[in-house]
Ligand binder design. Structure first.
Ligand SMILES: [Zn+2]
Length: 244
């Protein structure tokens, strides 16, 4: 009967919500599984991770074939989804999805741009870049490749120029017209850097990031989200090593 089943549904949902609230109280689940924001209220029900509102938006952009997002309070959960969450925590999910994250990697946090967080999340789940070694289909990232072609916005002639850019130790980035050139067109000191983060699409350029130094701000664009993550994390690491 419709009325009876409706009451049952409400009862089941109330019980389910209580179970979810209980899971959210576990110490391992009290922070967003992606960015560390306190008290996540959303979840990726197939990945088994509790996430914050902002990261829920980023997970949705991955598509439901990768992440199915539900609100802990507003959506109805299937019994099977709740049972799956009882078997895992944010910490356990991290151990799997971030198994091979380099030891010195600086994880993006809630304070970072959505562009950087999205690159991190895409590398993690779309590419499976950091899953354990024996997992098939992983598309790994090469953080030791500290050079490559980018587009850099000029400061005088404000157009985007293709440049070969590479790290010189942790001291600076140098950029060249061509990979074979010996003399750089310029360099970016990695001492006393301010903001190093992704920025919104700029003048038709995608995967843009900014490096702020005391002297000027450099705007750089690369080819894909994997490169974006590698450039930003490596630049942050070098800058951090230079900090007193
Ligand atoms: Zn988050």
């Amino acid at each position: 009967m419709p009325m009876t089943s409706s009451i049952n549904d409400i009862n089941i949902d109330t019980v389910n919500k209580e179970i979810i609230r209980g899971l959210l109280k576990l110490p391992e689940n009290q922070f967003c599984g992606e960015c560390g924001m306190i008290e996540p209220q959303w979840a990726s029900v197939n990945l088994g991770i509790f996430i914050c509102l902002s990261c829920a938006g980023l997970h949705r952009r991955l598509g439901t074939h990768i992440s199915r997002v539900k609100s802990c309070e507003l959506d109805n959960w299937l019994k099977s989804e709740i049972e799956a969450f009882k078997e895992t925590t944010n910490l356990k999910a991290k151990e799997y999805w971030e198994s091979l994250v380099p030891s010195d990697f600086i994880r993006p946090t809630y304070a970072d741009s959505n562009g950087l967080k999205e690159a991190w999340i895409r590398c993690k789940y779309e590419d499976k870049a950091f899953v354990p070694e024996d997992v098939p289909g992983a598309k790994r990232l090469n953080f030791s490749k500290r050079e490559g072609y980018v587009y850099k916005k000029g400061i005088i002639v404000k157009n985007w120029k293709r440049r070969f850019m590479k790290f010189i130790g942790d001291d600076r980035l140098e950029y060249f017209k061509n990979e074979q050139d010996k003399t750089p067109c310029g360099s970016i000191s990695l001492h006393d850097c301010g903001q190093i983060d992704s920025i919104q699409e700029l003048e038709g350029r995608t995967f843009c990031f900014i490096i702020s130094t005391p002297k000027r701000r450099y705007l750089i664009s690369c080819d894909n989200y994997q490169q974006l993550l590698i450039w930003i994390i490596n630049t942050r690491l070098s800058s951090k090593r230079n900090s007193p």
